[in-house]
Unconditional design. Structure first.
Length: 336
C-alpha cells in the first residue's frame, strides 16, 4: 500500500519539477511508521469484516494540521488495484459534510447553543429523515451536529443558503464540483478523501487553510535545491471564534454523539461521521491539535454495504491508527 503514497509523490513531482534528467533527492512528508500503521488498520479491518459487512474497499489519509501528509492508503491492495481511492475516488461524504453547513451558520451569528427544530421537513416533495427515523423537537446546534440530525442540517442549509454552504466548503479546500441545492446539507455532492481531510485541517490548526502536500523539498545529487515548499501556508480562512465554536461542537461527537468509540485517552479530539444512502459510503474524519485523519469505506461499484456506518468500522480504523500515532507524544489542546 505504500505504493499509493509513492504514486502520489511521483505525480506531484511531475507537476512541480517537470521532466527530471538526473538523480534527485526528494524529501517527502510521509512518515514510514505512520504509513505502516495506517495500512495495517485499514487492511486488518477489511480482512476481518469484509464478509459480514459486505465492504471491499477503503481509503485513509492522515496529515498534520498544516497539510503535511503523514500516511496515505489508496486501497486495500496495490497489487490488485492501482487506483488511488484516497486522491481520485469521488464519493458522497454524507453527514461528514455537515460541518461546512454548521460553519456557515456560525459565521452568520448562530452559536453552539442556538436552538433549531428537529421535526419533519419537506422541500418540493423531498422529505429528508433522520437516521433514527424519529424526531426530538427543539435541539441545540451542538446536539444536532453531534447526533447528526438531518432535519436540522437541512433547515440550516436553507437558512444560510445552499450557495453559502458550497462557498464555505470551497474556502476550506473542497475543490470537487458542488451542487448548490437543498440536499448539499446532507453531503450529496461527491468529494475525495484527501480534500475532505484537508478541509477539516482548518479546524485543527486554528483557522488556516490546510492544503495537503507530500513534498517538502527536491535537491539535485550535488545538493542544489530545485524546489522547497514555501513557509507560511495559504493564510487564514476562519475567524478564531468560529473555530472555537466548531471544535466545541465536533468535540461533542466523540463525547456524546455518533463517534463515542473514538475517544483517545488523554487527548482532546473532535470529528464527524458520515453514512450515505443504502450504506454505500461510510466515513469518519477526526482530529486532535496535532493530527487530522479520515477514513472512507465502501465498494468501488457503489453497491450498498451491509450496514457499514461512519460510527462503526471507520471509527474503529481511525481509533486504532490514532492511538498508535499519538503514543508517547505530548497531548495538545484543540484550538479555541
Amino acid at each position: 500500500s505504500a505504493h499509493y503514497a509513492a504514486d502520489l509523490v511521483m505525480d506531484v513531482l511531475d507537476d512541480f519539477v517537470g521532466t527530471i534528467e538526473s538523480d534527485v533527492l526528494v524529501t517527502t512528508t510521509i512518515d514510514p511508521a505512520l504509513q505502516a500503521a495506517a495500512e495495517r488498520a485499514v487492511v486488518d479491518e477489511l480482512n476481518a469484516k469484509e464478509q459480514r459487512f459486505g465492504v471491499e474497499q477503503g481509503a485513509f489519509v492522515a496529515m498534520r494540521p498544516d497539510g503535511a501528509v503523514k500516511a496515505l492508503v489508496g486501497g486495500r491492495s496495490y497489487q490488485e488495484s492501482q487506483f488511488n481511492r484516497a486522491t481520485a475516488a469521488r464519493r458522497q461524504p454524507g453527514s461528514a459534510f455537515k460541518p461546512f453547513v454548521y460553519l456557515a451558520a456560525i459565521e452568520r451569528g448562530l452559536t453552539p447553543d442556538s436552538v433549531r427544530e428537529d421535526a419533519p421537513v419537506a422541500i418540493k416533495g423531498w422529505r429528508p429523515e433522520n437516521y433514527s427515523r424519529d424526531y426530538r423537537g427543539p435541539a441545540t446546534l451542538r446536539e444536532a451536529l453531534a447526533t447528526s440530525l438531518n432535519t436540522v442540517a437541512v433547515r440550516l442549509g436553507l437558512e444560510v443558503g445552499p450557495k453559502s454552504v458550497a462557498q464555505t466548503a470551497q474556502r476550506l479546500g473542497i475543490s470537487s464540483p458542488l451542487q448548490a441545492n437543498a440536499s448539499i446539507a446532507l453531503g450529496t455532492s461527491e468529494v475525495t478523501p484527501i480534500e475532505l481531510v484537508g478541509a477539516y485541517a482548518a479546524f485543527a490548526n486554528g483557522g488556516a487553510r490546510g492544503s495537503p502536500y507530500v513534498i517538502a523539498s527536491v535537491k539535485t545529487a550535488a545538493g542544489k535545491t530545485i524546489y522547497k515548499r514555501p513557509e507560511g501556508g495559504l493564510g487564514r480562512v476562519l475567524d478564531p471564534g468560529a473555530v472555537a465554536a466548531m471544535n466545541a461542537m465536533m468535540r461533542e461527537t466523540l463525547l456524546t454523539g455518533t463517534a463515542r468509540k473514538a475517544e483517545i485517552p488523554g487527548w482532546e479530539a473532535a470529528g464527524k461521521t458520515g453514512t450515505t444512502q443504502d450504506f454505500r459510503d461510510a466515513w469518519f474524519v477526526g482530529y486532535t491539535g496535532s493530527l487530522v485523519a479520515g477514513v472512507w469505506l465502501g465498494n468501488d461499484d457503489s453497491s450498498p454495504t451491509k450496514r457499514v456506518t461512519g460510527s462503526n468500522l471507520p471509527v474503529d480504523i481511525w481509533s486504532r491508527f490514532m492511538r498508535t500515532a499519538l503514543q508517547g507524544t505530548q497531548p495538545v489542546l484543540l484550538p479555541g
